[in-house]
Design a protein around this ligand. Sequence first.
Ligand code: ATP
Length: 226
Amino acid sequence: MVSSIIPAAEPVLRLDLEKGGPGHVLGPLALSLIPGETVALTGPSGVGKTSLLRIVAGLDGRFAGRRMATERIAMVFQEPVLLPWRTALQNLTIVARIDEAEARRWLEDVGLAGLGDRFPGMLSLGQQRRLSLARAFASTPDLLLMDEPFVSLDPALADEMMGLFERLIAARPCATLLVTHVRAEAERLAGRILRLEGRPARLAGEDQKAGAYFPLSASGVTTSRS
Ligand SMILES: Nc1ncnc2c1ncn2[C@@H]1O[C@H](COP(=O)(O)OP(=O)(O)OP(=O)(O)O)[C@@H](O)[C@H]1O
């Protein structure tokens, strides 16, 4: 695989995949995201959504095809992947590379004021997820990848988290690829809904919705090919 950086350009992601994922679970597909849009990726369990996200993120380079992506990518996973031996404040300063004052503003912004000295294990799941979202946005990504970030929350908390995501993305727009099983979640948050189907999996059907688009320009863009 060859990687290189090309000058700023749209889109923030262009993936032309021939095959990839464990056991080539993914087949030929093309996926691109323009700056500021939110795209939902749906599909049955085991079809390859997380595998596709890992290729998009640059975490899995064992694929055939071509990937062009911004360098500024942040990820939010099903389970908040926080540094367990660092405080909430340090999770922000170290990972998002921001100073303490800014980290405290982020904690306040997501309803965690006063909890900066707690370790992740001393936070509730909802609080950990708020911290994960804050950390992702604090790193000012051009592309945010979210893998079922609202799964296994009770309906009220899921609604609150989606509201928080909407508020954060309106204030600090970035392109977002959101993996979700929940149709209502996709319809609420995404401008486009893609469905991954079959084995090897391909992208089928696309629903376009006006409105969930915040235009902005991308910074550095990386390309890779194998
Ligand atoms: N590390 C791995 N080694 C081997 N096979 C794997 C590995 N990770 C995933 N798989 C297999 O690849 C296929 C796609 O998995 P993937 O996690 O991408 O699906 P998914 O659509 O995200 O599923 P879910 O919605 O259940 O999270 C599955 O059949 C899975 O069992």
